[in-house]
Design a protein around this ligand. Structure first.
Ligand code: CP3
Length: 345
């Protein structure tokens, strides 16, 4: 028998192994649905302070691992630490969400300084190092960053928006100027992810939450191409580290995106039919997903049925159990317990 790539189930699934019971972790598994998170969050004061205080960031990362023993742990941070590190003003308004001083044209890029990024993000790397020491030996550590397009939507809009209108206005009005923001983000995101690997991250996930809002031509230019370039760079600098991409809302484009970017695995949003994914995506590589986070809120037999359907359809190929998007604050912790029991059989 050949030796498995790792003792860690999550890493083995990423290298193509199929299990009777897949490995499981949940996007946003550290967060407000957990009382212990809310307690540490209150101690930290601001959300960014929590992200930049290694001792507290390690603590909240470990909380869901202690409670549930997930197969993977994701570094606690946020995708918006990158614009913060570049020198854009970023803050989180309590009960509202992220706010930034918007940058809406090429002239606005002057405030950004890529030379300060890695220095500013040192506390994040210290969190990664701390986690590698504290995590149980069977738990894999995921580092992450936002995709250039999604991070740009916040940098240009100055906040979350339902239609990413501000970023689109720039991308359509001055595509080459907007490309310079995407190029800058692609470069610093590469630096940032490489530094997370040096500090001990074993897998990387790239979150492209707003990939679904662009038409095909701009999707290729601003979502697919930057991830293809990032993937090629990481393949050279850290060939052994798997990269998972989450192009939320990409629909039928999931297939070409998966093939052309060359990422190791793809994370499915809630809208992707698992029957289609098993037929079209799993032959390309491992998939991750995709229980509706609101079924986790509902719980009960409806959730059980949906979990069983996923086990039946995606369970025949390489697969990591996850949600189709992050856990929401209303999710009852006991439903997470029930979900894990169901998946682990
Ligand atoms: O998954 C994890 O447990 C790791 C931590 C993590 C957070 N944000 C913590 C967080 C990760 C991987 C992210 C990614 C992120 N951040 C994304 C991409 C994935 C997605 O969910 O779509 C995006 C778009 C952001 C930007 C962001 N951060 C928004 C829009 C918000 C406000 C919305 C909200 O849920 O409050 C945040 C804040 C945030 N990031 C919180 C957490 C736990 C809640 C803030 C708090 O505790 O006060």
């Amino acid at each position: 028998m050949t030796k498995p790539v790792s003792d860690k189930k999550f890493l083995r699934a990423l290298s193509g192994e199929v299990f009777d019971h897949p490995p499981i972790w949940l996007m946003r598994q550290a967060g407000r649905y957990l009382p212990e998170y809310r307690e540490t969050r209150a101690k930290a004061g601001s959300f960014l302070n929590l992200c930049y205080t290694p001792e507290l960031a390690v603590e909240v990362t470990l909380q869901p691992i202690r409670r549930y023993g997930f197969d993977a742990s994701i570094l606690f941070s946020d995708i918006l630490v990158v614009p913060d590190a570049l020198g854009q003003k970023v803050w989180f308004e309590e009960g509202v969400g992220p706010r930034l001083d918007p940058i809406t044209n090429v002239a606005g890029l002057k405030v950004l300084d890529k030379s300060r990024v890695l220095d500013h993000l040192k506390p994040v790397f210290e969190t990664v190092r701390g986690l590698r020491q504290e995590l149980p030996k069977e738990t894999a550590l995921i580092g992450f960053a936002g995709a250039p397009w999604t991070v740009a939507t916040y940098m240009v809009g100055g906040r979350g928006s339902p239609d990413q209108g501000a970023a689109k206005a720039w991308a359509y009005g001055d595509p080459d100027g907007f490309q310079s923001l995407i190029d800058l983000l692609t470069e610093v995101t590469g630096d940032y992810l490489e530094a997370q690997v040096k500090a001990g991250a074993e897998v990387l996930q790239i979150f492209d939450t707003w990939a679904g809002s662009l038409p095909a031509v701009q999707f290729r230019r601003f979502c697919l191409e930057p991830i293809k370039a990032l993937r090629a760079r990481l393949k050279k600098s850290c060939p052994e580290v798997p990269v998972i991409a989450f192009p939320k809302g990409a629909g039928a484009a999931y297939e070409t995106y998966f093939k052309e970017t060359g990422v190791s695995a793809i994370s499915l949003d809630t809208s992707v039919d698992p029957v289609w994914a098993a037929k079209v995506l799993q032959p390309i590589g491992p998939v991750q997903g995709n229980l509706d986070p609101l079924l986790l809120v509902a719980g009960g037999s409806e959730m059980d049925r949906a979990v069983d359907h996923l086990l039946k359809t995606l369970g025949q190929g390489p697969w990591i159990f996850n949600l189709g998007h992050g856990i929401v604050p209303q999710a009852p912790p006991e439903n997470v317990e029930r979900l894990i029991k169901r998946v682990r059989g």
